[in-house]
Design a protein around this ligand. Structure first.
Ligand SMILES: Nc1nc2c(ncn2[C@@H]2O[C@H](COP(=O)(O)OP(=O)(O)O)[C@@H](O)[C@H]2O)c(=O)[nH]1
Ligand SMILES: [Mg+2]
Length: 296
């Protein structure tokens, strides 16, 4: 998923060719390559600045250490390998630890609340998660908590039919009450997992955020997942942060990575919110959800 980055790092690496050891001006030039490729991959600007600052500090630390050690004793690693390793370690630190767990409630049905902007892929992702969980032996109930657009309820019902899973909907009802009721019904009807498909807006909107908070307060779902469209690019940082400030979600699902999205949003969201990317959406159909693997 990070092809742009790999290409950029290779260009940076070339700069060290023929050098015996790291030197500061070459490090600066190589970091300029790295900076460009991170920005091209849609990693947020501040995250890129921090990344380059950390690598530079470590690289300069290495120069100092080499100078302090007697030449004969230095265990020789080529400077390009050294630089690439520093970048790689910093990336791992940014992305890690990888955590694709779904939490299960100790008592009663496990709630999974899915939030995000309109069009980010929430409804589709609810279906995908339901299918994945069914494969893991769970019995999901889908809940239409987006009551503002009749088409949204219809869309979830179609997904429910396709997956042969029940959908709870109550057109015109109040979403927090609908969710609470659905959770009770799930417990009564032997459904052990409840997926809440919430409403989204095109931009962050306070009344909606309050409604989502109220759903979270009433149902206390074991998981709140924030869905974000990878194509959103540099806007990922602000959107992810604002949703996190409101809802303190536990995990991120990055959708539409099958398009020409560049994946850098995953790095930014993790760096800015400290929340792991759990899954990635790789297509429109119900089986196109994968656990997030930064190397893959
Ligand atoms: N290519 C692709 N399209 C997706 C993916 N996830 C969702 N979509 C599409 O994005 C559009 C919006 O999805 P939807 O689930 O309705 O978004 P919502 O408004 O957040 O509920 C739909 O046309 C989906 O088919 C994905 O991983 N890849
Ligand atoms: Mg929807």
């Amino acid at each position: 998923m990070f092809e742009t980055l790999t290409r950029g790092f290779r260009a940076a690496k070339q700069r060290f060719q023929g050098l015996a050891e790291l030197d500061e001006s070459t490090i600066d030039a190589a970091l300029a390559d790295v900076r460009t490729s991170l920005l091209e991959a849609d990693v947020g600007f501040d995250v890129v600045q921090d990344f380059c600052k950390h690598v530079k500090e470590k690289a300069v630390g290495v120069i100092v250490k080499i100078k302090a050690t007697s030449k004969e004793k230095v265990h020789r690693v080529t400077p390009e390998d050294h630089f690439v390793k520093l970048c790689h370690d910093e990336l791992v630190e940014l992305m890690g630890p990888v955590d694709t767990n779904i939490r299960f409630a100790k008592k009663g049905p496990t709630g999974i609340m899915v939030v995000g902007l309109q069009g980010s892929g929430k409804t589709t992702t609810v279906g995908k998660l339901a299918r994945l969980l069914e494969k893991r032996g769970r019995r999901p109930l889908l809940v239409a908590a987006d009551v503002y657009r009749p088409a949204a309820i219809e869309q979830l019902k179609i997904i429910g039919e396709q997956l042969k899973m029940p959908v709870y909907a109550e057109p015109g009802g109040s979403p927090p009450l609908i969710c609470e009721k659905a959770q009770r019904l799930a417990a009564e009807s032997g459904r052990d997992t409840v997926l809440f498909d919430t409403a989204g807006r095109l931009a962050i909107d306070e009344p909606l955020m309050n409604e989502l908070k109220e759903i979270k307060r009433r149902c206390n779902p074991a998981n709140v997942f924030f869905v974000i469209d990878a194509m959103i690019g540099q806007d990922a940082v602000t959107t992810a942060k604002t949703f996190h400030d409101w809802l303190a979600y536990d995990g991120v699902i990055l959708t539409k990575l099958d398009g020409d999205a560049r994946g850098g949003a995953a790095l930014s969201v993790k760096a800015v919110t400290g929340t792991p990317v759990k899954f990635v959406g790789m297509g429109e159909s119900m089986d196109r959800l994968e656990e997030f693997r930064p190397e893959g």
